[in-house]
Design a protein around this ligand. Sequence first.
Ligand code: ARG
Length: 461
Amino acid sequence: NEGALWGGRFAGGPSPELQALSRSTHFDWQLALYDIRGSHAHTTALAAAGYLTAEEAERMHAGLDALAEGVRSGRIQPRAADEDVHGALETALLAEVGAELGGRLRAGRSRNDQIATLIRLYLIDHASVIARELVQLVDALVAQADAHPAAILPGRTHLQHAQPVLLAHHLQAHGWPLVRDLERLRDWRTRAGVSPYGGGALAGSTLGLDPELVARELGLDRPAENSMDGTAARDVVAEFAYITAQIGIDLSRLAEEIILWNTREFGFVTLDDGYSTGSSIMPQKKNPDIAELARGKSGRLIGNLAGLLATLKALPLAYNRDLQEDKEPVFDSIATLEVLLPAFTGMVATLRFDTERMASLAPQGFSLATDVAEWLVKQRVPFRDAHEISGALVRACEERGIGLEDASDELLAEVSAHLTPAVREVLTIEGSVASRTGVGGTAPERVAEQRAQLVSRTQSA
Ligand code: ARG
């Protein structure tokens, strides 16, 4: 069993079928440089405890540096006989520094504590990449809001016209979930910064190695409190997969709106040529593929999370080989988001809004009926009655095929004595928007306030 990390107690080598099933280098090779970082830290701990002389430690570090160079350049590759990244790198190390020195590195560690540490290092690095990309998307939303400070959008509930809002209010509303995702990544980091390294297979080490030192060398906050938990827990991976799924869902909700806005029926936005696609048969088509891929890929991100949770369910302590199945789903989620987010941001940054069209549709569907009711409340009419009166005005206008703003003095008086011509002060879109001054509301000064909060939360996350 040449090149394997085990074999002493086996009379024969592994069957080819087992090897084919067991091999993980096609995905865990992504962790090779992290494995080497772990080995550097472990070398330092072995030297500190007296298991390597200073000279041996120096040669080991140099050999590991050569390995890292070989991995980066592609000179070192896993071979078919290698079970996993750990075995492949040990073989390469033995070739580099000789079996006598190379054979000392594995003391006091196991692949179980190694892999549990490496996945954390990998996720921490990619969390920063994703966070940076998220910030750029929030910035693009804010820039679009800034470019259209007075633009009006028909705000919807149930996809029906509800109340007019500022476009900036709506765009920033998509920024907030993304800011919470950024904060989730930051919170996650406090749990991810734990080093299982040195916990061994499960029970801890007899060699007196310093796990604090290893954690520090790896840029982690502290060693795992419990070696069994350290090697067996993967909630930190599942939590990361959840955050990526939530990001996917947040993107997909905005994506769905962009897809609708881009239809001829809505006509609210035009997509930039660089961020839309054509049809192979219909020459006129310009399709919102980025938004559709975001919507579609959110399903994939959810699937990765669900698959991982299913793997973890009911696994007994401590390490089980099932845990190898943690990597592909979360690697896929990361690769998916890291490609999706920049494309999505480019699409958002280059959207062109037809603000005239949006403004012309905003009053439709009697979207100022709530303003009429609230105006009546300010005239001391109980809201129950105000709601009835405003509803009756909507019905009267609908029967006549006119908008609320077109109702004559006579019609107003006919519907209710409370409806004096003064009600017209709230029957403009601008007046309606400007009057929604409650916290978080759509009045321009409130939206400006929200912008400042959104940007400051983006920066502190
Ligand atoms: N490849 C394994 C994983 O990804 C780590 C190796 C542990 N293997 C073992 N037989 N204990 O989880």
